[in-house]
Design a protein around this ligand. Structure first.
Ligand SMILES: *Cc1c(COP(=O)(O)O)cnc(C)c1O
Length: 428
């Protein structure tokens, strides 16, 4: 697309945007009555206006039905997660039976590693991205120790080449190949939280499995952001949180994926709980764990109705807007426009003040751009916030800005560029 750095162009794009009305379904943060331009949906998605209504409905169910709410009422809690499964499945390219809402992300990563990291003989190693989100690093290190190994001996991190910011697929695949006889698990984030790079999930999955390893993905920054096809790509397992791109609220319910090829595998370890027990016999309260078929068999505790109601409400918006297309098409255009605008700011400053480390090609990124300032990065970030543009700052030196197709506009992006220019002129 031929982008232009002016307000009329941005407004024209918004005018022609078939999704423009969806913005009205969200609540924007404001300071002293002035709304923020919100570019932080990669960290915490905005609140859908219906959120308070759906919570209230469940509070009413609880008030009126109390314990009978598990089996009575219009949406009995006992089966409440099933509707969610149907809405989650298209977000990650899965069958409903392969996904389940439960717990929170890092907890699920642990539960899935209990099943899918089973080091044996020489096959003990894990390949992951260098600079993974800290929670993933801690989870993986502690799992490794739990099995009696030292992280340094069995965790292999892949880093970008000297002078480069992101990983080359060929380097990941070479690393897999190099360790092919010792690999137990390949575990990456679908999109790296820091650089915004979207890895070639299909190729990496194939390479890992060809080397005899299990392949899992943390989709915290990918689910609800980019099209993934977990089932078709043969991914073994995945997990994600729903409060980033999927707007389910702080600490919202997370999701898991287990490929159906593992449904009948009796050799998988599990940390079991009553809610993972065969559904029709759960209340017989018998000794001896028998898992429910599919991803539901990984449940541990009873349904978390309130957070599920919030996730349900936000996924309904995705369904109405059309995930993937047209949401992904708008996302590509919107983030492409931000890419263009940042470079326009450089031009007007007559300097390479901002370097975008996120790949430019949409096949290698989602909504987020990670930007490194040559000078005064933190000061500029603070200046943006003071001027009502909310992105986020990630140590040591990255400004992350993420236009969200459900609620951001081209005008937001144009105005962000103007604000950036103003702040730079004041601070440089
Ligand atoms: C956001 C994020 C988390 C957060 O984990 P919680 O358990 O939800 O607190 C974990 N891993 C990655 C890759 C993330 O981006």
């Amino acid at each position: 697309m031929n982008f232009k750095n002016n307000l009329a162009f941005a407004r024209e794009q918004d005018e022609n945007d078939a999704l423009k009305e969806f913005r009205k379904q969200f609540l924007f943060p404001n300071h002293k009555g002035k709304e923020f331009i919100y570019l932080c949906g990669n960290s915490l998605g905005l609140q859908p206006k219906v959120a308070s209504e759906v919570l209230k409905r469940q509070l009413t169910n609880w008030a009126n039905l109390a314990v009978e709410g598990w089996f009575d009422g219009e949406e009995p809690w006992m089966f409440y997660h099933k509707e969610l499964k149907a809405l989650m499945a298209p977000i990650v390219g899965a069958f409903p039976a392969e996904v389940c809402p439960m717990n929170t992300l890092t907890v699920n990563l642990h539960l899935l590693m209990v099943s899918f990291y089973q080091p044996k003989g020489k096959r003990v190693k894990i390949i992951m991205e260098g600079g993974a989100f800290p929670s993933d690093q801690y989870a993986i290190e502690s799992q490794v120790r739990f099995h009696g190994y030292q992280p340094d001996d069995v965790i292999i991190e892949v880093f970008p080449r000297a002078g480069e910011d992101t990983l080359r697929t060929e380097d990941i695949i070479a690393k897999i190949s190099e360790h092919r006889d010792e690999l137990a698990l390949v575990l990456f984030g679908g999109i790296n939280y820091y650089t915004g790079q979207w890895y070639d999930m299909k190729q990496i999955t194939q390479a890992g499995q060809a080397a005899g390893a299990i392949v899992g993905w943390d989709l915290a920054h990918a689910a609800g952001n980019v099209p993934v096809k977990l089932h078709d790509w043969g991914v073994d397992f995945a997990c994600w949180c729903s409060y980033k791109y999927q707007n389910s609220g702080p600490g919202g319910i997370a999701g898991i994926f287990v490929h159906e090829k593992h449904f009948n595998d009796r050799t998988l370890n599990r940390f079991a709980g009553w809610w993972g027990y065969q559904e029709d016999k759960r209340f017989k309260m018998e000794k001896g764990f028998i898992p429910e078929a599919g991803a539901d068999g990984w449940q541990v505790s009873c349904t978390q109705v309130m957070p599920m109601a919030l996730y349900h409400a936000s996924l309904k918006i995705f369904e109405n807007a059309g995930f993937l297309s047209p949401l992904r098409d708008k996302s590509i255009a919107l983030t492409g426009y931000l890419y263009f605008i940042i470079n326009e700011v450089n031009k007007e400053l007559n300097a390479e003040q901002f370097r975008i480390i996120t790949p430019e090609n949409p096949k290698d990124r989602g909504a987020q751009l990670s930007i490194i300032a040559a000078k005064n990065g933190k000061e500029i970030f603070d200046g943006l916030v003071a001027n009502h543009v909310l992105g986020d700052w990630r140590e040591p030196n990255v400004i992350r800005l993420s236009p969200i197709p459900l609620y951001n506009s081209f005008e937001d992006i144009y105005l962000t560029g103007q604000t950036l220019l103003k702040v730079c002129k004041a601070t440089l």
